[in-house]
Design a protein around this ligand. Sequence first.
Ligand code: SF4
Length: 680
Amino acid sequence: MSLKERIKLVHRLNYSKEEVIKHTANKAVAEMVEHMDKEAISNTFDRFAQQHPQCGYGLTGACCAFCSYGPCRVTEKTLYSVCGKDVDLIVAGNALRRLASGMAAHGAHAREVFIALKAAAEGSAPIPIKCPEKGVAVARALGIETEGKTIEAICGEIADIFIDDLQRSLPKRHETLHALAPKERAELWERLGIIPISAYHECFEVNNLTSHGTDSDFESHMQAFLRTVLAYAITTVTSTSLATDIVYGLPRRSKLNVNLGSIVPDGCVNIGINGHAPMVAFAICDIVGTPKIMEKVKRAGADTIRLYGMCCTGGEFIERDLNIPLVAMASSAEMAVATGAFDAIVVDQQDVLPGMMHVARQFHTRVITTSPSGRKEGAIVLELDYYLKNLDKIYELAEEILDIAIDNYRNRESKKVHVPNIRAKVELGFSVEEVMKLFNGSMPDKKIHGLAALLKAGKIRGIVNFGSCGNVRGAVFERNQIIIAKQLIKNDVLVTAHGCSGMGLLFAGLAHPDASVLCGTGLREVVQAKDIPPVLHVGACTDSTRASQIMAYTANAAAQPNPAMPFAMVAADPAAEKTMGARYAFVLNGIETYSCVQDNTLASDRFIDYVSNRLRTIVGAAMNWNPDPYRTSEDILCMLDEKRAALGWPVRDYTIGTKEEIEDKIPDTVEIGRSICTII
Ligand code: SF4
């Protein structure tokens, strides 16, 4: 296929706002997009339409603007850029820089969590260690002697290892990787020569290697790609998830309503918390219900005050049983602001779209930024100092933020408030520890015997994890992942979910035990017996760690390596730079990964062949793309059955549900206009 034809193909895969309203599974978002239309408030979907047709060279990765010889475009007629790169090198270089940028974003999140862990250990900030047991378990996994030491001393040593693996510039044994990765994987990565020096160094090296006139070897670019994926996966994801559990507590089983219909429209000071960094967000959470704050709330004329989660901070809150509803993923946060019901939106870093400010300006809503990395023009700045000078004043900062929201409540115009009466019931809190309890796991052996037995017997066909973003390009917003998840549970596949993609599954009502009616007979029997949902929510973006551990420990119990097991990862509509590393982390772990939206890499056959075929021989798994979610579901089921057959495990026919069954019927777990929201 020529480059022009590829560009045309990608252009054809876009959907209008009207199609989104009609076909998205998230009816609350659809209602808000229509409402915003009526009120002439533009949003992501309008801005996307204004970009049509998007630049075909950018869409397929055939454009480079790294240096000021450029921008250069490589076409069938113009084979080389000014400096002499061919299309393969340009695509690989673009992908590498995107990967490094995503790692820097997760790395900044990681750094903040490690600082919190270190500060909690040293007592330099009033941050409590909420799960000392996890601290001891992680220390033991890292080979830290725990006997006779205080939990603070233990956590200090953990923080030192995590920080060193994040930041060093000289080669040294990667302690976290060797302690936490499956042995078979670590040995393979060692043989391939892709063990990273540190996350900071790999980020530095990607920018060096792709800089003007430095590396011009495709294979060497891809070697750096794999090394950077590992730095991303181990240091900025796994360590972050573990450190967050230690400081902020393990997930706990809980029930909640989610989506925009969880917003209390009257009598309640409403505060949205959006972003990723935990320190200020959790400090606000710790003090929001205290008598001192409640007194201020009453004085302002409100009955109560409530926090609402958006994006991954929302994911961190909901998994920890804090009674904070999740109302939006990154791309739909603008719709939450457009309800007019928020007195403040508190944001830190990553996935807080600049467009949110345009929407907030139409209402009384104050936007407050808490991270020097994530300021917004026109927002109030109440942040942690760049040099951490006010770390010890974190609760004072949290109170100041709450004061602004409480004070702003009186400015809310009730005639401008529009809250869709749509929400979903969910049950949450599936930590690895909880899954171990449910399925006869043994933590010391890192084995989940129950899941391995159910897989072998064929009650469960496979385990598939959903993660990553929601995209407005190449997909109907919040449609693909829901179709795929419904097809999979219908065919007895147990689903784990996290991050923004996981939020889509929550909003679709799939993370509730009542969704068992949508399952095949084998999976239904399992989830009904355990009274759990067929979609187990395992947390926020960095909690892909939990999904990886559940898969690895199940593989251990089956005495098989990851690539032999009927596992998959779905990142249906990836958008943020971070999702590049998130998907390839699963691939490097030997798990086939599926997306409906293509990265901007289609211009290079060599790149596509490398990631879609060659990786399978190198690491045992590869990337798969298909824009059609029905075909993607079938591809996944087919692959799971091939793995099962190779293991000698029973294989049953799968059935693909029709559009009517999968898309048109809304499960009872989604409540539309049935009740007035109450605080639970
Ligand atoms: S680095 Fe090479 S391909 Fe990129 S803009 Fe400069 S000259 Fe063009």
